[in-house]
Write a protein that binds this ligand. Structure first.
Ligand code: F0G
Length: 366
C-alpha cells in the first residue's frame, strides 16, 4: 500500500507535456466524491460533490499549481507571479516554497478572505495589494511576466489547465463513466475549461486491459453547467463587468481570461452558463453545511445554488447523475457561517459552570 502520489504521478500517462519535468508536489488530488442524500432527494437526481477543499492548500488550485510549478522548475524559473482573488495566491505560495522559488502575488484591494491571505503570508509570498480588481491584477501580472524573469502561474498558463483536468479523470475513475451533468462555479473560467478538456480526453482515450484489450475509459461526456455570481456575470451578460461585486470573493471577476473556452465547453457539451444571486449562494452554502456535512467557501456554493435554481426551473432530469465541484474549503472564509439566514450574527448561548444549566440550555430539563 502506498499513499496517493499527487496528480502528476497518478496521471503521468495523460500529461505528456510534463514528461521529464521535476515533480513538485504536495500530493494534491485524490479528493473524495461524496454522495449527497438530501440534495438528491430535493432534486430527484443522483447528486455528488467533488470536495476540492480537501486539497493541500484547501482548493482545486493545487492540481494546476503542481503542474505549473513543475513546468516552471523545468524551465529554470526562480520566481513566479500570479494575480488572485485568494486561492491561487495561497496555492502558488505553497508550491513555490516546495520548489525553492520566490512568489509574488497581486491581490485586489480588500475583498480577500482572511484564510487565503494568511496562507500566502505564511508561505512567504510577497503580497502586493493593487488598487483595482482581479482583472486589473491579471493585466499587470501578465505585463510583468513579459518584461521580467518571472513565470506567470495563473490559469492562462497551459500547465495549469493540464493539472486541473485530472479532476475530471478522478470523477470518471470513481463513477466508471462521466456523469450526465457536471456543475461548476465560474470565475476566470479556467476550471470549466480544464474539466471539459479532461472529460473530452477520457472519452477518446482507451486503456489496455489484461491481454491488451482496449477498453474506452469513458463512453460519454457530461453537459457542463457553469454558474457565475449575479454581480460578476460577464459571460451571462455577454460583456465584461467593470465593477464586479459578490460575497463570493473567489469569483469576483468581470473579464474572465478563458471566456471563449468556457463558452466552447458550454456549447460543445450542450450545457449552460447562468448566474446565481448572493442570497442564493449563501443559502446553498448553509444548506450544504447543515444537511450534507460539507463546509465550503461561498464561491464554491455557487455550483449548488445553480443546481437548485435549475431544479426550481424544472431543468434537472430525473435520476440524472450530477457532480457538483465544490472548489474551496469553508475554513478559507468562515465568517459567513456566523450569520443567520436573516443576516444577524449568531450568538453563543452563555451559561454558568454547572451541568443543570447546560442541560436546561439544551432543552433536556423541564
Ligand atoms: N471557486 C473558488 C474557490 C475559486 O477560488 C475560484 C477562482 C473559482 C471557483 C473559479 O474558478 O477562475 O477557474 O473559473 N479563483 C481564482 C483565484 C480566480 O485567484 O484564486 P475559475
Amino acid at each position: 500500500a502506498h499513499q496517493w502520489r499527487g496528480v502528476i504521478r497518478e496521471y503521468a500517462d495523460r500529461l505528456p507535456s510534463l514528461e521529464g519535468a521535476p515533480v513538485v508536489t504536495l500530493h494534491e488530488g485524490g479528493t473524495p466524491l461524496i454522495p449527497c442524500e438530501n440534495l438528491s432527494a430535493t432534486t430527484g437526481a443522483n447528486v455528488l460533490v467533488k470536495y476540492e477543499g480537501l486539497n493541500p492548500t484547501a482548493s482545486f488550485k493545487d492540481r494546476g499549481m503542481t503542474a505549473a510549478i513543475s513546468a516552471a522548475k523545468l524551465a529554470g524559473a526562480r520566481a513566479v507571479i500570479c494575480a488572485s482573488t485568494g486561492n491561487t495566491s495561497a496555492s502558488a505560495a505553497a508550491y513555490a516554497v516546495k520548489a525553492g522559488m520566490t512568489c509574488a502575488v497581486l491581490v485586489p484591494d480588500g475583498k480577500i478572505a482572511m484564510g487565503k491571505l494568511s496562507q500566502a503570508i505564511a508561505h512567504g509570498a510577497t503580497l502586493i495589494q493593487v488598487e483595482g480588481n482581479f482583472d486589473d491584477c491579471l493585466t499587470v501580472a501578465r505585463k510583468l511576466a513579459e518584461s521580467y524573469p518571472v513565470e506567470l502561474v495563473n490559469s492562462v498558463n497551459p500547465a495549469r489547465i493540464e493539472g486541473q483536468k485530472t479532476a475530471a479523470f478522478e470523477v470518471v475513475d470513481a463513477l466508471g463513466d462521466a456523469p450526465d451533468i457536471h456543475v461548476l462555479p465560474v470565475g476566470n473560467a479556467g476550471n470549466i475549461t480544464a474539466y471539459w478538456k479532461g472529460y473530452t480526453e477520457y472519452a477518446s482515450a482507451t486503456t489496455g486491459l489484461g491481454g491488451g484489450l482496449l477498453e474506452p475509459v469513458a463512453t460519454r461526456r457530461p453537459q457542463m453547467w457553469g454558474f457565475q455570481a449575479a454581480g460578476a456575470a460577464p459571460i451571462v451578460l455577454g460583456h465584461p463587468v467593470d465593477h464586479p461585486e459578490t460575497v463570493a470573493t473567489a469569483i469576483r471577476i468581470g473579464n474572465p481570461a478563458s471566456w471563449k473556452q468556457a463558452e466552447a465547453a458550454r456549447d460543445e457539451s450542450g450545457g449552460l452558463i447562468d448566474s446565481v444571486t448572493d442570497d442564493e449562494i449563501l443559502e446553498a452554502h448553509r444548506l450544504l453545511s447543515s444537511t450534507e456535512g460539507v463546509f465550503v467557501e461561498p464561491g464554491s456554493a455557487a455550483s449548488i445554488a445553480g443546481l437548485l435554481k435549475m431544479h426550481r426551473a424544472g431543468r434537472v432530469p430525473a435520476d440524472a447523475t450530477i457532480v457538483c465541484t465544490v472548489t474551496g474549503h469553508g475554513l478559507k472564509d468562515p465568517q459567513w457561517a456566523l450569520r443567520t439566514a436573516h443576516g444577524s450574527d449568531v450568538e453563543p448561548v452563555r451559561v454558568p459552570v454547572d451541568a443543570y444549566s447546560v442541560a436546561a440550555a439544551l432543552g433536556l430539563e423541564g
